[in-house]
Design a protein around this ligand. Sequence first.
Ligand SMILES: *Cc1c(COP(=O)(O)O)cnc(C)c1O
Length: 425
Amino acid sequence: MENLKDDSICIHGGYKAKSGESQVLPTHQSTTYRYYDPDKLADLFDLKEEGFIYSRLGNPTVAAFEKKMANLEKGIGAVAFSSGQSAVLSSILNICKKGDHILASSKLYGGTITLLKSTLSNFGIKVTLVDPNLSQKEISKKIQNNTKVIYGETIGNPGLNILDFEKFSEISKKNNIVFIVDNTFATPYLFKPLKHGADIVVHSATKYIDGHAVALGGVVIDSGNFNWEASNKYPSLTKPDESYHGIIFNEKFGKQAYLTKLRVKILRDLGNTLSPQNANLLHRGLETLHLRMDRHSENALKVAKFLEKHPKITWVNYPFLESHDTYDLAKKYLKKGGSGVLSFGIKGKIKSAKRFMKSIDMISLVTHVGDLRTSVLHPASTSHRQLSDEELEECGVKKELIRLSVGIESCDDIINDLKKALKEV
Ligand SMILES: *Cc1c(COP(=O)(O)O)cnc(C)c1O
């Protein structure tokens, strides 16, 4: 079933019942796994064999979700985490330590910016945020000898900047540095970063992968293409690890080195594990990802075009509007659609934005995106509240920006609700 098309992987990926087993993925609600031979269990602990030991490190339901995600992204495997934040953090901690440096696009999710600039910085991992639309030469100038990660988002949240994969993957290849991409807004249905030069993909599965606003989760997927040995920048994968009897991850696990270390060291030591219940909900969410993403994209483009013509709207930001900064990149990379998120500004700035949010009816005011229900948020006073004016500007969030996550209801009803609310402004 590995070669099915995306629509079929969404439904059948990750789990296939054996004769007489339950047709639908069961939730293995167990923290632990029984063995009869102590030597077998010892071998599992020594990583000589694969199997489930304890659910902090792995669980059959979580494994099914990981397998489906790896298959959709065309990676060699995946490790799931308790949240998107946890996945982003873990993807970095797996290969960075005190004294290392990250070069990241400035057009990122607010939580990722505070993680990089504040929390990781306090642990001695420094970051440089760079405008992703600068030239290759200008971005390359920011690379340092200790740069271990190049980081970006396929579709920036909430600025919706489309990352130039050709440019970023060239910079990463020329400098032998891992290129990590957050593909949350695009999902593997609309875009596969690993096919465009990314080495590792991370997701907040909480958004479109879940799709129903019921579970938090995150996942990291590896392409298996990065040559750790040749780059000579990642001693934690290429030198003996004392916490595992001196094994060398790269030597022992080859292409699986990064993912194995992510599981047996990061999950083991940090314990930021996805629960089986949430894994099952996310696995279920994926079953309709293809249908939802088509509809989200279709509705969002219609709504963007409606807002663009509305007299009370000053600007609209959606990757498939010709006025968008990275419209050409959207056309180049997002062949199936621009996903469901757009942003806009209302005449009268913040005061009008608040009036608008008080006047919506079917559309809900929530801190979320990617749900099948249309929702709005004002990032400058909520999700991006901790950022300074300068940082807001840098990550592309104007103060009056309203983020609209267009759902999969009837587009007529969405537009009517917007019309009614705008009348009150
Ligand atoms: C929401 C989000 C995250 C964080 O994910 P959580 O599941 O909320 O922890 C990371 N990156 C992007 C792009 C997001 O939208």
